[in-house]
Design a protein around this ligand. Structure first.
Ligand code: PLP
Length: 341
């Protein structure tokens, strides 16, 4: 239904636990010292991911944040301006890491619908001709978590990539495979609009640890050094990469179930609070966000009914579906939502 404690845990898809197949693969993983390039399981995961997203090379990193930070350090110089959406993870949820780890500053654009405007990016790109600091990179997020897991339109993303040129584009694709399943557009096509792409194995795909960064071979060889600089180079990491391989090979197709369940939750939210900004038809993937003037009261009531939810901004509640929440769990959450006083 939900967690081991019998709760329906909708706080995040990061709460998913490794599947029995992952645990078996981890126990049996062939390993070596990855800093010497000698861990065959890590090498296999990096090759499989690079191929899956159509990039020359990939790098296994401990977390999505590290993947984003390594991308910033690999694609920019200190002082550069990074153009990104105001609510994107790399801007709002990485504890100021961009400034501390890469010495960059953001030029933030509106991303309330999940996307940033190609015309605005083109405008910022031109500001350097008018005494503004030099832009060095554009970042996008697909799916875009704070807008409720929205998927970009491929046409708009391609337009954005052209208006960014010659700047590189980094895609935070923490949930890239949710975008693939929801849109029917292959991950490699999405990634084709970006220079580098980061993707988490530890969210809806259920691996216990790890994310991937992929891109051109020369950028990824810089990224390997930057990962080491941040303390993210690992040793016998094949133990966790083995779970990542199972995640990549077997856990993508089922993500559609999470999307259907999120839609049902969104219907319960929209029924209970028609003015909360929650529109079920616009729930593309596994995330439901809605406004409420007293989120703590909602969370407390839900918890009393055995349902865990969270907030992502003042007055904004988030529910996330995933592998460890089944139909019964969603039914229970829907009832709990309907009974919030
Ligand atoms: C869009 C997005 N990017 C990056 C991350 C960071 O991933 P991690 O928690 O593995 O560092 C998250 C985590 O929730 C996320 O939602």
């Amino acid at each position: 239904m939900g967690t081991s404690a019998g709760l329906v845990d909708l706080r995040s898809d990061t709460v998913t636990r490794p599947t029995p197949a992952m645990r078996r693969a981890m126990a049996e993983a062939e390993v070596g010292d990855d800093q010497y390039g000698e861990d065959p399981t890590v090498v296999a995961l990096e090759e499989a991911f690079a191929e899956r997203v159509g990039k020359e090379a990939a790098l296994f990193v401990p977390s999505g944040v590290m993947g984003n930070q390594v991308a910033l350090r690999s694609l920019t110089r200190p002082g550069a301006v990074v153009i990104a959406g105001r609510q994107q993870h790399i801007v709002a949820f990485e504890h100021g890491g961009a400034a501390r780890n890469a010495g960059v500053q953001f030029h933030i654009l509106d991303d309330s619908e999940g996307t940033i405007s190609p015309a605005e990016v083109a405008w910022v790109r031109e500001t350097a001709d008018h005494h503004w600091p030099q832009p060095g990179l554009v970042c996008v997020e697909n799916t875009h978590m704070p807008s409720g897991g929205r998927v970009w339109s491929l046409g708009l993303l391609q337009e954005l990539a052209s208006s960014a040129r010659p700047l590189p584009v980094h895609m935070d694709g923490a949930r890239l495979f949710n975008a693939e399943v929801a849109s029917g557009v292959p991950a490699s096509t999405w990634a084709g609009a970006a220079t580098t792409v980061m993707c988490c194995l530890s969210k809806g795909l259920c691996a216990p640890v790890g994310s991937m960064l992929a891109g051109p071979a020369d950028v990824m060889s810089v990224a390997r050094e930057e990962r080491a600089c941040l303390g993210g180079a690992m040793r016998q990491a094949g133990v966790i990469a083995a779970a990542g391989l199972v995640a990549l090979r077997t856990m993508v197709d089922r993500l559609g179930e999470d999307h259907e369940r999120a839609r049902r939750l969104a219907e319960a939210v929209a029924d209970r609070w028609p003015d909360s900004g929650c529109e079920p038809a616009r729930v593309d993937t596994n995330i439901v966000v809605f406004r409420h003037p007293e989120p703590e009261r909602v969370l407390q009531h839900l918890e009393g009914e055995g349902v865990l939810a969270g907030t992502i901004a003042p007055g904004v509640v988030r529910l996330v579906t995933h592998h460890d929440v089944d139909d019964e769990g969603v039914d229970r959450a829907m009832k709990a939502l309907a009974s919030v006083p």
